[in-house]
Design a protein around this ligand. Structure first.
Ligand code: GLV
Ligand code: MN
Ligand code: MN
Length: 428
């Protein structure tokens, strides 16, 4: 594949400055990280800042019914845009790069295109999608799920968060329940720049990850109902101990992942015990299980084994155990021609690169069924992410953004008028 795109370079310093400015909203003191859980006041303030930047670039801004925000730069022709984007919500212990990079790099690409006085044939768009993290309102990738028509808007608006608020109420409260239709017509193509969030690129000293797909994700919330009782007087064989059952579940899924071997991973990330007192047997436990695998059959097998274990455990611990699915996404493979574009753009720019599959969920995986899609990864220091100490070197941010620019320009094609101006040596 030969790139027809002219050389444009993004402003790496401006990208880092914008990442820092966004991270100052919801800043986690003493770190580079931020906490902007979806649809909170901090999320609203982050959104407002990015919208201001979109306005400064003169983009046409649309906000849809689930609060996805898309900024579009018109092309010489109408029609579906070449879109990039990601998310700006964070987990509670968020870093400054996860999601934010893909959005702010998109702004830099558009800024570079404007500064070079280039008109593309297709429009260029950059979006940020609501509640990608799903930590407050599961499932993850909620906004892109609705955008691409995989989940009806009404269903999404009714989702109740971990704090009892609903998506619809919170969207209205922060002023981001827009009127643009969703599902929305698919873009011409979608490309997402993101930090790897894992250790492969950093360990191997490679700058660009050419992302071939995303592994499958299964989230469940498990509730154990037992009976609270005195911790000193209740004989061990007379307990209905929800705390013990919760601990057994955590051990079971950990051992399951070890038994299956890589790439199976299993995590118990949230445990709540009631009444949560030192001298009381816990009456209730609510915990989450996150299981992922690139092989959907193996992921289903892991789910089945967990279900069977919960049945046995309920009998053994004399408790009632129920499980609710919070998210289930099959593994996704990106379009080969888009994977090739990432590989070629990295090669053209002289950047080291390798293919890899994403361990984390991303908005791009929701676009994969509706338009040609792929992702670009840049290294994460020591593979640390969902942690305020998440870090990516500025030169890697810039390299990833330049790969993004090249692919977007190639896909959008330079309009004839720009080519004529270029040929005539028009100064920009
Ligand atoms: C989303 O960011 C996930 O992978 O959990
Ligand atoms: Mn992310
Ligand atoms: Mn994340």
């Amino acid at each position: 594949m030969i790139s027809m795109a002219p050389e444009i370079s993004v402003d790496g310093r401006s990208l880092s400055d914008r990442l820092a400015a966004l991270a100052s909203i919801g800043e986690i003191e003493g770190t580079d990280g931020a906490c902007r859980l979806a649809l909170t006041d901090e999320d609203r303030a982050g959104r407002d800042l990015v919208v201001t930047w979109m306005q400064d670039l003169g983009l046409d801004i649309s906000i849809d019914g689930i609060g996805n925000v898309i900024g579009t730069l018109a092309g010489a022709t109408e029609g579906p845009p070449v879109m990039c984007g990601s998310h700006i919500d964070t987990v509670r212990t968020g870093g400054r790069y996860d999601g934010n990079l893909g959005v702010l790099a998109g702004l830099q690409v558009i800024e570079a295109v404007k500064q070079a006085n280039i008109t593309t044939r297709r429009p260029l768009a950059v979006g940020f999608f609501t509640d990608e993290e799903g930590s407050r309102f599961p499932p993850d990738m909620l906004g892109s799920l609705v955008y691409t028509g995989e989940l009806p808007l009404e269903e999404a608006l009714d989702i109740v968060g971990t704090d009892g608020a609903t998506v619809g109420e919170e969207l209205s409260r922060i002023g981001y329940r827009g009127s643009a239709p969703c599902p929305s017509p698919p873009p011409h193509a979608f490309i997402e720049l993101h930090i790897e969030q894992g250790p492969i690129l950093d360990t191997e000293g490679i700058v660009i990850g050419v992302v071939t797909g995303v592994q499958g994700i299964s989230w469940a919330e498990i509730t154990v109902a037992g009976q609270s009782n005195h911790a000193g007087t209740t004989p061990m064989n007379m307990r209905h101990d929800a705390g013990w059952a919760a601990a057994r579940i955590a051990v079971f899924v950990h051992e399951l992942a070890e038994k299956f071997g890589p790439p199976q991973v299993c995590t118990v990330g949230r445990v709540e015990l009631h009444p949560n007192l030192v001298n009381v047997v816990a009456s209730d436990a609510v915990l989450t299980v996150d299981m992922r695998n690139t092989n959907d059959n193996l992921l289903t097998e892991a789910e089945n084994r967990l279900a069977a274990f919960l049945k046995e455990l309920a009998a053994e611990s004399d408790t009632e155990i129920t499980s609710r699915c919070l998210a289930r996404f099959a593994p996704v493979e990106f379009a080969p021609e888009m994977i090739d574009r990432v590989e070629q753009a990295a090669a053209d720019l002289g950047l080291s690169h390798r293919q890899l599959c994403s361990g984390a969920g991303h908005d791009a995986q929701m676009f994969a069924p509706v338009c040609p899609t792929s992702m670009i990864f840049v290294p994460s220091w020591k593979g640390i992410s969902h942690n305020p100490f998440e870090h990516t070197e500025p030169e890697h941010l810039e390299a990833g953004a330049n790969v993004l620019a090249r692919i977007m320009l190639d896909l959008a094609e330079i309009a004839e008028t720009s080519k004529i101006e270029e040929a005539a040596g028009v100064q920009v």
